[in-house]
Design a protein around this ligand. Structure first.
Ligand SMILES: *Cc1c(COP(=O)(O)O)cnc(C)c1O
Length: 444
């Protein structure tokens, strides 16, 4: 992760967005559906490591990784080489017609590195939402039950089934037609906002009581949970929460599915965020975003007997596990195996957590600092209260954007700034970004 093709430095030479980006944006508004938004209409020409270069020649520090996708770093040398070689040899056959080895190898590595000491199998798709949809299908087939439980503040995707699993109706579901049936939302553990002193076990019992009363074990196929919630604002449940829910699920014949689309693949300093809590034993994992350095591929990995519950031909899709994406995934997974990647995520987490807590002590608009590894967030409030401050987030994000730092926001109340940098980022770039953040805090 050390040989960079673009100097790893922030450089702002025009207003952000610059004139070329503004012209491009006008063109886009004529051509592209208004349904696709733009957090920052700066058009990117190339990227490397942790730096985005826009069409005006500005260099932005990327603290978003395209929502946790380019975790290994933008245009990572290993990924670029793997893709370039693969594209000359084979781009597509359709795995369910005439298969190829890389698909099998990706599955082998995922079976090996997901937590759980039991025989696993995997199946590959294109996107996170597609993985979640298929995990729902598999869970229903394996249990012969229909009920699906999801949590407050959850995000699982934008297809009809997955938008029905999201906590927020707007902007994902509103106006887009009927939601899918048999999905129940139950309370999450949210240490910052739960009653003071509420333990993970107590929060789990609160959720379990909903499951027993609202759904009933008899009809409940699976519980889907993000071990650290992504779009919800990097909510880390209280210790004991995940283990208590998963123990209850096991005792009641309910499958536990960890949606690791955002938190997985080295992001939190472990292969998968589920490993952070002892006793949390998911039966299935959904995996996507960070797995292939920017190439589209996703997976469902789980207990072999569950994964084999589907009849042959029941799972698949034309592009799923595409050879070029699979080659990119193999490069990423092997780089993690080779060492240094998990350690870098941990070190980034330590630096961010320490520095953000210093800022929290100084600026009471920061109500909470949380997350794990290179998945850290600050939740902003009106000082002295728990009232969400979207205004502070908007002002800070704008300040950072105009100074050449791309950050993403999150949270049910849009009052969270999340730090999701490529692991290729240097301490110097992180410190630079934090100093700009502090300027913004001081100016609020
Ligand atoms: C992004 C995300 C999804 C959806 O993935 P897409 O690739 O955008 O379909 C699902 N679950 C979680 C936790 C996510 O963060």
């Amino acid at each position: 992760m050390t040989d960079f093709t673009i100097p790893q430095e922030r450089k702002v030479i025009t207003p952000i967005p610059g004139p070329k980006s503004q012209a491009m944006h006008a063109r886009r508004l004529e051509a592209v559906s208004a349904g696709a938004g733009a957090a920052l209409p700066v058009y990117i020409e190339k990227a490397n490591g942790a730096i985005l270069v826009d069409i005006d020649g500005n260099q932005l520090i990327d603290l978003g990784s395209g929502i946790g996708v380019t975790t290994i770093g933008h245009t990572n040398a290993g990924v670029v080489e793997a893709v370039a070689t693969q594209v000359q040899n084979l781009t597509h056959t359709l795995f369910t017609a005439t298969p190829y080895e890389s698909y099998v190898e990706v599955c082998e590595l995922l079976n090996k590195h997901t937590p759980g000491n039991f025989k696993k199998k995997s199946v590959l798709f294109n996107s996170g939402a597609e993985a979640v949809e298929n995990a729902v299908k598999i869970a229903r087939k394996a249990t012969r039950k229909n009920g699906i439980v999801v949590f407050d503040h959850a995000y699982h995707g934008r297809t009809n089934l997955t938008f029905s699993m999201n906590f927020k109706n707007a902007p994902y579901g509103n106006g887009f037609g009927p939601t899918a049936a048999s999905i129940q939302h139950v309370p999450m553990s949210y240490p910052y906002r739960d009653p003071q002193g509420m333990t993970g076990e107590e929060a789990a019992r609160r959720a379990i009581s909903y499951m027993e009363k609202r759904v009933g074990v008899e009809d409940l196929a699976a519980i889907f949970i993000e071990p650290i919630q992504g779009e919800g604002g990097f909510i880390v449940p209280a210790p004991g929460f995940l283990a208590t829910i998963s123990k209850w699920a096991r005792e009641n014949g309910v499958l536990m599915v960890a949606d690791e689309v955002q938190s997985g693949v080295a992001r939190t300093g472990k292969w998968f965020a589920s490993e952070w809590e002892e006793g949390f034993e998911p039966d299935m994992f959904t995996i996507a975003k960070g797995i292939a350095g920017g190439m589209p591929i996703s997976a469902v990995t789980g207990r072999a007997e569950v994964m084999d519950a589907s009849h042959p031909g029941g799972l698949g899709g034309t592009f799923g596990g595409n050879p070029v994406s699979a080659a990119a995934a193999l490069s990423v997974l092997k780089q993690i195996e080779d060492g240094g990647v998990l350690e870098r995520a941990t070190a980034i987490g330590e630096l961010l957590t320490r520095r953000l807590n210093e800022l929290k002590a100084k600026y009471p608009v920061i109500g909470d600092v949380r997350g794990r590894g290179a998945m850290i967030a600050i939740e902003l409030v009106e000082p002295g209260t728990l009232n969400p401050s979207k205004a502070a987030v908007d002002a800070l994000a704008k300040h950072m954007h105009s100074n050449g730092i791309f950050v993403l926001t999150a949270g049910t109340h849009y009052n969270v700034i999340r730090f999701l940098p490529p692991l290729a980022i240097s301490d110097e770039l992180l410190e630079d970004a934090l100093s700009v953040l502090e300027q913004g805090l001081a100016a609020l």
